[in-house]
Design a protein around this ligand. Structure first.
Ligand code: ACM
Length: 260
């Protein structure tokens, strides 16, 4: 299958512009699955919870309408981050396909001021069994907790999609380790640019990437420009957890020795 990471440079608060720009970027690219960044339609640096609330949507809101229309028209899947509004606000990612919504994830490990705006995710780490393969989702700072990718891999994920708004420099290299230690493909879609609002500034590092099960970086974008990168991947590779005659990545785990 062909997976694409779409690196964006959103305009804060301009949902229509950001969704339209992402779709026009994806329009010219052939892929089975597109991964967009965390909060790709709103931007990241909210001044207060009222602003986050004003930019939130239900799972069937404006952004979903356009993304599901695109997915139906192009017979593909799209994973994208947005502010999900229920009785609470979540930093969420949806997976849409030709037949509508296929999956939802609510970010579990909130970063920095996100803790002021969002409730922590309550859906666990989900894996979705699609015709293209078993796809798991985590969002940005979840990378810091190896349990995130491990949970997805143990649940059978072959590819982890990772919508992100990275501000720390470590993640692109850390995701190589996440791929190796779980033998899964990972696709991190990040954004670029700086948002300076309410006296707080965040600069996003780009470096969106697609990493193979053996840690090979198949694609990595730069730190300044928006763009798209596509890789052909064989998800069956992620089902091979045996390292040699004596070692299997999952069978070799010793949970009885890990207890505190
Ligand atoms: C982050 O989790 N957006 C840094």
């Amino acid at each position: 299958m062909r997976v694409a990471v779409v690196q964006t440079d959103p305009v804060f608060g301009e949902i229509e512009t950001n969704v339209r720009d992402a779709i026009s970027t994806m329009e010219g690219v052939e892929a089975d699955l597109f991964v967009l960044p965390e909060l790709f339609n709103t931007g990241y640096n909210f001044v207060d919870v009222q602003e986050a609330d004003r930019l939130s949507e239900s799972t069937s809101g404006y952004t979903f309408d356009l993304m599901s229309t695109f997915a139906r028209r192009k017979s593909c899947y799209v994973a994208y981050g947005f502010i999900e509004k229920t009785v609470r606000l979540y930093n969420s990612a949806t997976l849409v396909g030709p037949y509508g919504m296929m999956g939802l994830y609510r970010k579990i490990h909130l970063y920095n001021k996100e803790n002021l705006f969002f409730s922590p995710g309550d859906l666990g780490f989900p894996v979705f069994n699609l015709p293209i393969g078993r796809i798991g989702i985590m969002i940005c700072f979840d990378w810091t907790f190896p349990e995130s990718a491990r949970s997805l891999a143990l649940k059978g994920a072959q590819l982890i999609v990772h919508p992100s708004n990275l501000v720390l420099p470590y993640c692109p290299d850390a995701m190589i380790t996440r791929s190796i230690e779980n033998r899964v493909f990972t696709a991190t879609a990040d954004r670029v640019g700086t948002e300076n609002r309410g006296g707080v500034s965040f600069t996003f590092i780009g470096n969106s990437e697609i990493v193979a099960t053996n840690g090979t970086v198949l694609q990595r974008l730069g730190s300044k420009e928006s763009g798209v990168a596509v890789a052909y991947i064989d998800l069956q590779e992620a089902s091979k957890k045996r390292l040699n005659q004596y070692n299997d990545l999952f069978e070799g785990r010793r949970p009885d020795q890990y207890s505190l």
